[in-house]
Design a protein around this ligand. Structure first.
Ligand code: ZN
Length: 420
């Protein structure tokens, strides 16, 4: 039994056909339809092999009756078409009706023109289909609606438009850094933050030892490492999140680990200088934060941890990790007094940092403001970006705080004479 119902149309009798510089080939056998001139090409691959460059085509619905799904690079890519009655040398049937975002009016016109001409001039249809694909690509990133995303990309129901679609290509993901979509702000807040901390760390660690001794450099390095890794994992996660479910999930876990690493790294210099001459509490609290941080990392590895319904749990776990600092802070206040802690242990800065983290986490968990105005913060000022900025601000505040404690400690001189 023939699996090809598209009688008489040459393209439909072949597994592949060439137009211009492209080769089109069918990946899957078409479904049998009642209408012999109707063919469901659910999968079509297009190979660009003319040069070494690369460009990608992603998946998105275009109009009520047209949907374009796929990933593409110039060297090889795969597309899934669900065209309704568009002639590619044979008639295609669409089984897909997708929810559609509004396209820019110019593109609507152009696409409408392409559709008509495809139907009316079958001999040129493939060239025009190629043109159509290019225009779709040029239309870019802002056409994917939340409803059209696969489940694993549906993280936040209050961001309606401007979502990237699965790319299956790291190159396409990294190129998207320079495009405007729901993750642009998330990527850049932490990418720029990482660059800033790399600069600060390079400056700090390159000071001559007469100015900053190696012990200080080692202790501060724990903080720099935590901050840089956290910000780095974060922007990379937001960049490759749309690659595929597997890649997105892996980098999501890495993103959570980064938060735990930043917290641990923040505690190290603080505990080191606050309990400078008190070995026992210093070691105990350092061991405690390493233990709790490790628990956080282990919990982050749990697959379900990244699911949207666990958002409050995630916020809670990391806030709890940060709040474990209350114990050594109370210890310090009891032994040295509140004002001493404020004046010499940067307690005020630490409280400000804690406040920033907590407010950031609450905004993150509550998804404000997009919860109140769904669709109004799709690109800028969504809760996750605000959370990112708070994390960054908290890290800078912490750096300032630990610098103050270190300065104070180092002016006191040797331990032996002062404390046990
Ligand atoms: Zn993030």
């Amino acid at each position: 039994m023939s699996s090809d119902p598209c009688l008489g149309a040459s393209c439909c009798q072949q597994e592949s056909f060439a137009f211009g510089r492209n080769t089109y080939s069918r990946d899957s056998s078409p479904a049998i339809q009642e209408d012999p001139f109707s063919l469901d090409i659910s999968s079509l691959s297009v190979n660009y092999d003319t040069d070494g460059g690369d460009e990608s085509i992603s998946s998105f619905p275009l109009q009520d009756d047209i949907r374009f799904v796929g990933k593409a690079s110039r060297s090889s890519f795969k597309q899934n078409y669900g065209f309704k009655q568009i002639d590619l040398g044979c008639r295609l049937r669409s089984d897909i009706t997708a929810e559609v975002d509004k396209l820019p009016p110019e593109l609507e016109e152009e696409l409408a023109g392409v559709e008509t001409s495809l139907l009316s001039v079958p001999s040129k249809c493939a060239e025009q289909a190629e043109e159509f694909v290019k225009k779709v690509w040029a239309a870019g990133w802002n056409v994917a609606h939340h409803h059209t995303l696969p489940d694993w990309l549906k993280d936040n129901d209050f961001l309606l438009r401007g979502h990237r679609v699965p790319t299956n290509s790291f190159l396409a993901c990294f190129k998207s850094i320079f495009r405007i979509h729901t993750e642009t702000g998330n990527i850049w807040t932490h990418l720029l933050g990482m660059i800033a901390f790399l600069g600060i760390a390079a400056y700090f660690l390159s000071r001559p030892s007469i100015e900053i001794q190696w012990q200080e450099k080692a202790v501060f390095s724990a903080f720099f490492t935590g901050a840089i890794l956290c910000l780095c994992f974060s922007w990379i996660f937001h960049t490759v999140y749309c690659h595929s479910e597997r890649v997105g999930r892996f980098f999501n876990k890495l993103d959570y680990c980064g938060i735990a690493l930043l917290t641990i790294g923040s505690f190290v210099p603080w505990l080191y200088y606050s309990f400078y001459c008190r070995l026992e509490p210093k070691v105990t609290y350092l061991a405690l934060i390493f233990f709790l941080g490790t628990i956080c990392i282990v919990v982050s590895m749990w697959d379900k941890f990244s699911q949207p319904q666990y958002r409050p749990l995630r916020a809670g776990v990391f806030v709890a990790l940060g709040l474990s600092g209350v114990i050594p802070a109370m210890h310090y206040v009891i032994t040295d007094g509140f004002w001493h802690a404020i004046n010499f242990a940067a307690l005020g800065w630490l409280l400000l940092m804690a406040l920033l983290y907590i407010v950031g986490a609450v905004i993150y968990a509550a998804r404000i403001p997009e919860r109140i105005f769904p669709g109004k913060f799709d690109i800028w000022f969504q809760s996750h970006q605000i959370f990112h900025v708070f994390v960054l601000a908290a890290a800078f505040v912490h750096y300032h705080g630990i610098s103050e404690i270190a300065n104070y400690r180092l002016t006191l001189g040797d331990c032996i004479a002062r404390e046990f």
